[in-house]
Design a protein around this ligand. Structure first.
Ligand SMILES: C[S@@+](CC[C@H](N)C(=O)[O-])C[C@H]1O[C@@H](n2cnc3c(N)ncnc32)[C@H](O)[C@@H]1O
Length: 269
């Protein structure tokens, strides 16, 4: 890809999704787009760029998002955050309201929202006091989430008992999430940098936005975090980022809260 095409391509992707490819990630972008271009029988990046910028290219957007997103995830990722949520944040919020709304805002193949459902089922039984919205920008990954079939890697943090309790073993190293868990989560395609789509989210008590803002630059992070704070979170609600992420460089009114081996950002009451 020529330097000019790389610049144009990354700007286009950034404008549409917030995802920013640093110069040293050019090879990654090139490899990922190449696969898509092969499917379309396009030979040059210039041709593909012209296509996605054209009117007919709008229908290509979901495929572009499928191609450029990184979907690494697994059940009970950073378990200290999950425990802090289920054992401290949820009981505290339930002192103020009968049920809470939870949003997994970049849910990938579903491990995160299903983990939240399982953690709450462990604590409250099958009638959990919460509704879980799970969303992602990639349709391909959302289809996987809705299918709910996982391999050993995704379940690596789970005990044999937990696997038995919440999954059906449907083949060697293949597990299907049980319907009792699945029906707790509603899946939707939402681009968290798209104001119009964010309006469909409604009010939330906790937003899990883990391991996605790392792919954005500071301007896009600031925009998304402002939206979460002002338009989506209820007072007293929490924002939970990835365990290695922080918003300390951003301007926000969030209060930093410390839990056992985990932190979260709270919108003051
Ligand atoms: C590394 S995964 C994180 C999954 C899960 N939250 C976790 O921490 O295990 C990042 C996800 O963010 C999604 N993503 C990237 N940009 C997005 C955007 N603008 N809106 C919504 N989701 C986005 C990707 O499709 C991908 O599935």
């Amino acid at each position: 890809m020529s330097p000019k095409t790389f610049e144009d391509m990354r700007q286009f992707i950034y404008d549409k999704s917030g995802i920013f490819f640093e110069k040293n990630k050019e090879y990654l972008l090139t490899n990922r787009l190449k696969k898509r271009m092969d499917n379309l029988k396009m030979n040059t990046f210039e041709e593909y760029l012209r296509y996605i910028k054209s009117v007919s290219g709008t229908k290509e957007m979901p495929k572009l998002f499928d191609a450029v997103t990184i979907n690494e995830t697994y059940f009970f990722r950073h378990i200290n955050q999950i425990n802090a949520f289920a054992d401290a944040m949820v009981p505290e919020m339930l002192k103020r309201k009968r049920g809470i709304n939870i949003w997994s805002a970049a849910c990938s193949s579903g491990e995160e929202p299903y983990t939240l459902a399982i953690a709450l089922m462990e604590k409250y039984g099958s009638n959990i006091p919460a509704r879980i919205l799970a969303s992602d920008i990639s349709n391909e990954i959302l289809d996987k989430a809705k299918e709910g079939i996982y391999g050993e890697y995704s379940l690596k943090e789970l005990t044999v008992d937990m696997k038995k309790k919440y999954f059906d073993n449907i083949g060697p190293g293949k597990y299907k999430i049980k319907d009792t868990v699945k029906k707790k989560c509603v899946f939707k395609n939402i681009n968290i940098t798209d104001d119009r789509q964010l309006r469909s989210v409604g009010k939330m008590d906790t937003i899990f936005c883990r391991n996605v803002l790392i792919y954005f630059d500071n301007a896009a992070r600031q925009k998304v975090v402002n939206k979460f704070y002002h338009d989506i979170l209820n007072p007293g609600g929490y924002l939970i980022l990835g365990a290695t992420e922080s918003i300390s460089r951003l301007k926000t009114e969030f209060k930093l809260c410390h839990f056992k081996m985990a932190i979260a950002y709270q919108k003051p009451l």
